[in-house]
Design a protein around this ligand. Structure first.
Ligand code: SF4
Ligand code: SF4
Length: 222
């Protein structure tokens, strides 16, 4: 009986002897990750972020903390948010990606790394400065625009904020800096989703409008 069990065991060994191994000797060897891999090191594009906090609201674990205040850069339009705190407690994250799915502005992406393990959960909160400085190698998870461009974050090519959105929103940064959009003469039908900068409107500085208003009132009083 004992000999039979030994023979069965040896048979299994022999069967697998010639097979290619599917384990790798990490860290000397690394498994190739899929571009859609949901990794650590969240990629955040401040230029795209409006501080809407949708990501925090949709996180099922409540581990994203966002604090904003009125920026006073666009008071005539009802103002914008200034982000003061953007913390993600990475030690409790389950990498579900719901925060990324909830972001309406393509400002938040899953990362592509997986080497931030630690023995303690202490000090594992990614803050706004770390998010700003993190390498911009976004995962293509829930970002079809990156998939269609065959982007591969593991190849180490960082992407700028103008290249990562489903819409380029090139005016967005200027708007945050106090500019505003005016409706253009183009009809709504003329607006092309593929060319977001065309037909969306003309960007004009708020300050110019204030200056113009001041000029008119000065003339009226003379
Ligand atoms: S990936 Fe999931 S758990 Fe992690 S911060 Fe986003 S929503 Fe929360
Ligand atoms: S990352 Fe996206 S969802 Fe989160 S606050 Fe910024 S714009 Fe809103």
């Amino acid at each position: 009986m004992y000999g039979l069990a030994m023979a069965k065991g040896m048979l299994v060994t022999l069967k697998n002897f010639a097979k290619k191994p599917f384990t790798v000797q990490y860290p000397e060897e690394r498994v190739k990750q899929h571009p859609r891999f949901r990794g650590e090191e969240f990629v955040w594009y401040e230029e795209r972020c409006t501080g809407c906090a949708s990501c925090a609201k949709f996180c099922p674990l409540g581990i994203i903390k966002i604090v904003t205040s009125p920026s006073e850069t666009a008071p005539l339009q009802g103002d914008k948010y200034r982000l003061e705190v953007f913390d993600i407690d990475i030690s409790r994250c389950m990498f579900c990606g719901l925060c990324v799915e909830a972001c309406p502005y393509d400002a938040l992406f899953m990362g592509s790394g997986f080497e931030q393990s630690a023995y303690s959960r202490k000090g594992r909160v990614i803050d706004i400065d770390q998010l700003r400085q993190a390498e911009k190698l976004p995962s293509t998870y829930f970002r079809p625009q990156l998939e269609s461009a065959s982007y591969k974050p593991q190849e180490g090519q960082p992407l700028d904020w103008v290249d990562v959105g489903r819409e380029s929103w090139r005016w967005h940064e200027r708007e945050k800096a106090g500019m505003r959009l005016q409706p253009s003469d183009a009809s709504p039908e003329a607006i092309s989703i593929g060319s977001p900068d065309e037909g969306r409107g003309v960007v004009e500085p708020v300050n110019e409008e204030i200056e113009e208003a001041g000029t008119v009132s000065a003339e009226e009083t003379t």
